[in-house]
Design a protein around this ligand. Structure first.
Ligand code: HEM
Length: 69
C-alpha cells in the first residue's frame, strides 16, 4: 500500500502549496534542532509538525477502508 511514502508525498505536496505553513514548520524544526540532528523523543514533541502530519492524514488517508473476510 506504500502508506508511508504516500503520506510523505502528500505532506511535501501540501507544504509546497502552502508556503506560510512550510515556513512555520521549518521555523519550529530549526529552533528545536539548533543545527544538530533531532532525536526521536524531541521530534515527536513538536506540535506544529504533529498538526501537519495529522491534517495531511485527515485530508488524504493512505488507507481509506480495509475489507475483512
Ligand atoms: C502513514 C503511515 C502508515 C499508515 C497510514 C499505516 C496504515 C496501516 C494499516 C491501515 C494497517 C492495517 C491495520 C489492520 O489490519 O487493521 C497497517 C498494518 C501494518 N503496518 Fe502500517 N501504516 C503506516 C506506517 C507504517 C510503518 C512506518 C510501519 C513500520 C515501520 C508499519 C508497519 C505495519 C505493520 C507491520 C502492519 C501489520 C500489522 C498486522 O499484521 O497486524 N506501518 N498499517
Amino acid at each position: 500500500m506504500d502508506t508511508t511514502s504516500n503520506a510523505l508525498s502528500r505532506i511535501l505536496h501540501l507544504l509546497s502549496q502552502h508556503p506560510a505553513v512550510q515556513d512555520k514548520l521549518r521555523a519550529e524544526i530549526t529552533e528545536a534542532c539548533g543545527g544538530e540532528d533531532l532525536a526521536y523523543d524531541e521530534l515527536v514533541k513538536l506540535p506544529y509538525l504533529e498538526a501537519v502530519c495529522r491534517e495531511t492524514l485527515r485530508l488524504y488517508a493512505p488507507v481509506q477502508f480495509i475489507n475483512r473476510s
